[in-house]
Design a protein around this ligand. Structure first.
Ligand code: ZN
Ligand code: ZN
Length: 254
């Protein structure tokens, strides 16, 4: 299985608007972060996870030519801002695109982009097939994913385990059910928006993650969805040897 980090940034990217780099060192290219998204390839299937506002740039940058399904974790702008690009993607690809999201996410999408759901009439509204996601085993484009929800602000973010890999983004806690899904993975890719500093903002920091995962068996970890407060090297220097800081275009083999 090959996983490409299309974006390792938080909601506002790094640098943020007006070239605000926060505490990230601007001379380090590993600090250039688009909004969080991954591309998972296995068994000749391709799964796009999240479609944020940088979607077009990410797809073009990696020369991605097609995907079999889209998995949306939750309805925040940085994860769904590119959804309106998908009908056009479908038109260019010449096939429908299956989009998987929880009912909570689908309800929010209907409010944000009502025209995508009304069908017919509206230009660029077709080509998408919506699939409600629930916790448990889900067949997504022929790949068997174990989906679990994690709390994030006032809503839930959909995370998943696929074989020996798990992806958890935008989380502030972990249920016992979710812990059981993560236990035993070779690679956990997880949001660490706040770096080393706990912030109570619906996101996670490394000290909180360590506490949350206590007792679970995890081979290695990569930390992603990093805010501009997080400098790549400063965070990497403080992590154990089997934990890495993500960067855009990082490729992970599992
Ligand atoms: Zn996010
Ligand atoms: Zn979020």
């Amino acid at each position: 299985m090959k996983i490409t980090i299309l974006g390792s940034g938080s909601a506002y990217g790094t640098p943020m608007i007006f070239n605000d780099w926060g505490r990230a060192i601007s001379s380090n290219p590993l600090n250039m972060r688009l909004r969080a998204s991954i591309f998972l390839e296995d068994e000749n299937k391709r799964l796009l996870v999240d479609a944020g506002p940088d979607l077009r740039e990410q797809i073009n940058r990696e020369n991605i030519t097609d995907f079999d399904a889209v998995f949306l974790t939750h309805p925040h702008y940085d994860h769904i801002g590119g959804v309106p690009e998908l009908p056009r993607a479908s038109k260019i690809l010449g096939h429908k695109i299956d989009v998987f999201a929880s009912n909570e996410t689908l309800e929010e999408l209907k409010k944000c982009y009502a025209y995508l759901f009304t069908g017919g009439g509206e230009p660029d509204s077709g080509g998408l097939v919506w699939h409600p996601l629930d916790e448990g085993t889900e067949n997504i484009a022929g790949l068997e994913l174990n989906v679990f929800f994690v709390p994030h602000h006032h809503l839930k973010s959909s995370a998943f385990r696929y074989k020996n890999f798990a992806y958890v983004t935008d989380w502030q806690d972990l249920s016992e059910y979710a812990k059981a899904q993560i236990d035993g993975v070779d690679l956990l890719l997880a949001e660490c928006n706040n770096g080393m500093v706990p912030m109570q903002n619906g996101h996670s920091s490394w000290p909180e993650i360590v506490e949350r995962l206590e007792g679970l068996k995890i081979g290695r970890m990569v930390l992603t969805h990093l805010s501009a407060r997080v400098d790549y090297q400063a965070l990497q220097n403080q992590l154990p040897e089997n934990v890495w800081v993500a960067y855009d275009r990082m490729v992970l083999d599992v």
